[in-house]
Ligand binder design. Structure first.
Ligand code: SF4
Length: 342
């Protein structure tokens, strides 16, 4: 099939089939049981770079998971706007990509100060909130207000590229434009909430990245690809780089631990971690723990050395062990510290 094929010959039939399947098999995620735009915005931001199972937690109802815990702390934009950044970073701990928490905080403040705490109703106003991109504004308008707004996330992009057997890269301007065009062309005027949810769920379930389940797929008869595993086409994946970090575990005579606060502008700004040092400052120290973690395109080996005489730097402070729990801390540092203290 040529790359720029027209949409499906029977758009109405595709929409009907997809919605019927979703009505029968939809998962009852907490964010699908509400039409509160704030609750939907929080879920969308959390799900941008974090998997559903992490956001929900081990209980499929979401009890005890990150999302419901966060919503209990900040049920409204005003409640989040009133919180300080350290509290918010702590509440976001375990989800990673902390810039999202800061953006959500900025959006909560804008809603509180510029819209009297009432979540804006129009597409344009929502789109002008800080940190809200085209996908998120479409998702909030669609899921909260049932407005017919196209949305394209990674799941939808994968479904479309396979449905239309798109043999071009999707991560180019032309590829992105094509995906949004299909999203608009196929969108029903009614039931956008269900339709968009269905499309995303199809991408998470049958049309998953690895091993798509085509024989059982509800929209199989509309699908034009014969080689789903080869799609979508993207620039080859960025290579993983290996890096090493060297940190100190230092306790003073009062049993307090020295921690370093990440500076403004850094990925983990405001968070507390074990003080990092150049390797040459750790050469003579005993190794306390060696661990690894992944962040974006890096595979990091973190070596932690024990010392009693660390020179305290400007952005470092002593903290009592009983206060560690309440400090926002990156997960690798939290796990390492717990392991050392055990
Ligand atoms: S038939 Fe296969 S490739 Fe096509 S939409 Fe369904 S799961 Fe995806």
């Amino acid at each position: 099939m040529p790359a720029n094929k027209s949409p499906l010959t029977s758009t109405a039939s595709f929409q009907k089939t997809l919605i019927e399947w979703f009505t029968k098999e939809a998962k009852s995620y907490p964010w699908r049981l509400t039409q509160d735009p704030w609750a939907i915005l929080v879920s969308e931001i959390m799900l941008q770079q974090t998997q559903v199972k992490t956001v929900l937690g081990s209980d499929p109802s979401g009890k005890g998971g990150h999302y419901l815990r966060f919503m209990a702390l900040y049920p409204t934009p005003s409640s989040m706007a009133a919180a300080d950044e350290q509290e918010i970073l702590k509440a976001w701990e375990g989800l990673g990509y902390y810039r999202r928490a800061r953006n959500l905080h900025a959006a909560a403040r804008a809603i509180t100060h510029d819209h009297a705490g009432i979540f804006p109703r129009s597409f344009e106003e929502i789109g002008s909130l800080p940190g809200i991109g085209p996908y998120t504004v479409g998702a909030v308008c669609s899921f909260a207000y049932d407005e017919p707004r196209p949305i394209v996330d990674a799941n939808v992009a994968r479904v479309f590229s396979r449905l239309f057997d798109y043999q071009e890269r999707i991560d180019t301007t032309a590829g992105t434009k094509q995906l949004w065009q299909w999203a608009s062309d196929l969108l029903p005027k009614k039931n956008a909430r269900q339709y968009n949810s269905a499309l995303m769920e199809l991408g998470q379930s049958y049309c998953a990245n690895k091993s798509p389940d085509c024989p059982n797929c509800p929209v199989r008869k509309f699908c034009q690809t014969t080689d789903p595993a080869s799609l979508p086409i993207k620039k080859s994946a960025t290579k993983i780089s290996r890096i090493e970090e060297f940190a100190l575990y230092t306790r003073d005579s009062h049993g307090r631990i020295l921690l370093q606060q990440q500076e403004t502008g850094k990925r983990r700004a405001g968070m507390w971690s074990l003080p990092r040092r150049p390797q040459e400052q750790t050469l003579d120290l005993p190794l306390c723990l060696k661990t690894t973690y992944h962040i974006t395109r890096y595979h990091v080996t973190l070596s932690i050395f024990s010392t009693e005489t660390a020179q305290r730097e400007e952005n470092e402070q002593w903290h009592r062990i009983e206060d560690l729990e309440s400090l926002p801390m990156p997960s690798p540092d939290r796990r390492a510290l717990e392991s050392i203290l055990d």
